[in-house]
Write a protein that binds this ligand. Structure first.
Ligand SMILES: Nc1ncnc2c1ncn2[C@@H]1O[C@H](COP(=O)(O)OP(=O)(O)O)[C@@H](O)[C@H]1O
Ligand SMILES: [Mg+2]
Length: 240
């Protein structure tokens, strides 16, 4: 479970990037956060990862305060960034093995790693290939495989589908739903309104550091998410 309580970030230059965010993403929930560039989505994710420190409020991972116990919190998190960091000269399986060991999860066989790579839909012939020539979609898949191998109950993703072709994006979302069904809390930022509506249990819209709207899947059946989003952006433009 991920919780933001009055989570606030003012950067050193004075910019209020996140303004008292209150949000819970439950175990077994897939939450998609929409918002224009600069709305504060990455800032939110970075606060959960302890990449930056809050100026007020707190981020909790399964009840662990990230600021007070960053290692404890990190142990329960997996992060898939827009450009997954992998070791280019390692194969997909070697990367997986490396990150598994780093997370204290040694003792798996090559076949075990292959099984996980198969599960995330990486083509069989890529398992033992160096990742340096992998497409973005393939890197994302290895990123998710690392999240699975870590066994992290909470997964954060920053615009994971941006730049993916439609098939890869659909596969990624299907995979995230599977992880959700296993009981993980999944929090992702995205610009993909269509997929947010299709796959998320709840969708939020962030504007200038504030969470201005949250809707459940059921509520969105009655509403046009794209129109709602554009209406909020309209309001923002008028306020400027
Ligand atoms: N390290 C930083 N120092 C100062 N301002 C930053 C920093 N990182 C992000 N910002 C600013 O904070 C705001 C929110 O940024 P960000 O969280 O990256 O938004 P998003 O991910 O929604 O596009 C933006 O105005 C951005 O320019
Ligand atoms: Mg961002």
């Amino acid at each position: 479970m991920l919780e933001a309580r009055d989570l606030t970030k003012r950067y050193e230059d004075g910019l209020l990037a996140l303004d008292h965010l209150n949000l819970t993403v439950d175990d077994g929930e897939l939450f998609c956060l929409l918002g224009a560039n600069g709305a504060g989505k990455t800032t939110t994710i970075n606060l959960f990862l302890d990449f930056i420190r809050p100026t007020d409020g707190k981020a909790l991972v399964d009840g662990i305060n990230v600021e007070a116990d960053p290692l404890g919190a990190k142990g329960r998190l997996a992060y898939v960034s827009e450009n997954v960091m992998l070791y280019g000269s390692f194969t997909a399986r070697q990367n997986l093995e490396f990150f598994a060991r780093l997370a204290g999860q040694a003792g798996r066989s090559r076949a075990d790693y292959h099984m996980i790579l198969r599960r995330v839909g990486l083509p069989e012939k890529a398992f033992e290939q160096q990742v340096k020539r992998f497409s973005k979609g393939m890197r994302q898949k290895v990123g998710i495989a690392i999240a699975i191998v870590k066994g992290a109950p909470n997964v954060l993703l920053d615009e994971p589908t941006s730049g993916l072709d439609p098939k890869s994006a659909a596969e990624l979302m299907a995979l995230l739903r599977e992880l959700r069904d296993e009981g993980r809390a999944i929090f992702m930022s995205t610009h993909d309104i269509f997929r947010a509506k299709e796959h998320a249990d709840r969708v939020g819209i962030m504007m200038e550091g504030r969470l201005v709207m949250v809707r459940t899947r059921a509520e969105l059946e009655e509403e046009d998410l794209e129109r709602l989003y554009l209406e909020y952006m309209e309001v923002e433009a008028l306020a400027l």
